[in-house]
Design a protein around this ligand. Structure first.
Ligand SMILES: NC(=O)c1ccc[n+]([C@@H]2O[C@H](COP(=O)([O-])OP(=O)(O)OC[C@H]3O[C@@H](n4cnc5c(N)ncnc54)[C@H](O)[C@@H]3O)[C@@H](O)[C@H]2O)c1
Length: 381
């Protein structure tokens, strides 16, 4: 069996989620390539050594460049804040390593274009970690759409609601600094619902948006009594038109009290509707106009049956899976991509397309007008 030797950069939230996925892929998807957790990189020796022990890596490095130079690494996994993605991904591609990068792909379109160019020119496999595509219920929604069960799509309504920075005394963490993160709620969680709707509905052709920063000054971490300006959005709302004529309404906010991580969408189409919500991620709500009049209504499908993508890898029907399995499914696709030397989606192409939409929404919010998504790259194969 082919081994894929993983070098990971960063080791906190996503570091843990990705590490767990590599460890579980051979267990749930036997026969796929075998990920080997070879080395992890971080700047702080004590922290990275502890992470290597806890997450199960054989060795560690305190400089990510050393990790990329190593001959015993096949794949670089980037789980660092957004301002480091471009430099690391390009260096990895130039060294001939396959790359998976967390979302959003970069700080801006210019960086994302250079990243796509580097992975393409160096002919390495690349993916972006839009894990929510890999919930079986989301994949089943895609299957119903592809089968034509819903017909023409009219509406998509997608929201990603969080509430973790509502306290004005919450400090300016990296996700609240433009130079590190690119944008606020928009790029952090809006990017996920853009990806989900691109996956399910199709390409977005035009957007109009509004962004707001509710708390404009916050305490600076480690500097008692000092406050700094917040230069990213707390919330972003936008309307989109899709190439196929569908209309979309989107909301990404960190100020939706009581909503810890409510990632949800509803699609209304010619022959029915579908609804999904991460907080009940195994269930897909489906309404079909073909049902007898008296029986019409949303049915709840627990997507744990053989027919539901990825569900076969886990437990008997009705035995649900969770957040972490979206990463296991994603990494299983990455292992297939590397084994067969064949790109899978979502990849850097999707990351760039997403970034074009993010940047258009920011421009629209500033200029108060509709913006066309200027660039349309063909899917790379
Ligand atoms: N797919 C998802 O659902 C999801 C969820 C959360 C975060 N993310 C993305 O994952 C990335 C990381 O987010 P997180 O929540 O894990 O952040 P985090 O703050 O929990 O962890 C970031 C890690 O990167 C390390 N780091 C920072 N700068 C570095 C550098 N220059 N060199 C080496 N290491 C460095 C930090 O020490 C830390 O280990 C971000 O791009 C974020 O947008 C994606």
């Amino acid at each position: 069996m082919k081994e894929v030797r993983v070098g990971m950069i960063g080791y906190k939230f996503m570091g843990k989620a990705h590490s767990l996925a590599y460890r579980n892929v051979p267990f749930f998807f036997p026969g796929s390539a075998m990920p080997v957790l070879k080395a992890i990189a971080g700047r702080n020796e004590k922290g990275v050594k502890q992470a290597a022990d806890e997450l199960g890596f054989e060795t560690y490095e305190t400089d990510w460049r050393k990790l990329i130079e190593r001959d015993d690494i096949d794949l670089i996994d980037i789980v660092t804040p957004n301002n480091s993605h471009a430099e690391i991904a390009i260096a990895a591609a130039e060294a001939g390593k396959h790359v998976i990068c967390e979302k959003p792909l970069a700080l801006n379109v210019e960086q994302a274009e250079r990243m796509l160019e580097a992975v393409t020119r160096n002919k390495v496999i690349h993916m972006i970690s839009h894990n929510y595509r890999f919930a079986p219920a989301v994949q089943y929604a895609k299957k119903l759409i592809q089968q034509g069960r819903l017909g023409r799509i009219y509406h998509v309504r997608a929201t990603y609601l969080q509430d973790w920075i509502m306290d004005p005394d919450f400090p300016i963490a990296w996700r609240l600094k433009k130079e590190v993160t690119g944008s606020g709620a928009l790029g952090d969680i809006g990017a996920h619902i853009i990806d989900l709707t691109r996956f399910l509905v199709g390409e977005i052709s035009e957007v109009v948006g509004a962004m707001e920063t509710f708390i404009k000054e916050r305490p600076i971490e480690g500097e008692a009594g000092k406050k700094g300006q917040v230069d990213v959005d707390d919330a972003a709302s936008f309307i989109a038109k899709f190439e196929n004529g569908a209309m979309g309404v989107f909301e990404a906010t960190r100020f939706a009290a009581g909503n810890r991580n409510r990632n949800s969408f509803e699609i209304n189409a010619e022959f029915g509707s579908i609804k999904w919500d991460l907080e009940n991620m195994n269930n897909l709500h489906v309404y079909l106009t073909e049902d007898d009049k008296g029986l019409q209504g949303f049915r709840v499908i627990n997507c744990t049956e053989e027919e539901h993508p990825y569900a076969h890898a886990y437990w008997p029907a009705g035995h649900i899976i969770g957040y972490e399995h979206t990463f296991v499914n994603l990494i299983s696709e990455l292992m297939k991509a590397i084994t067969n030397n064949e790109l899978k989606q979502p990849n850097f192409y999707d990351g760039l397309q997403n970034q074009l939409i993010l940047e258009a929404i920011e421009r629209s919010s500033k200029e108060k007008k509709w913006i066309s998504i200027a660039k349309k790259l063909e899917q790379l194969s």
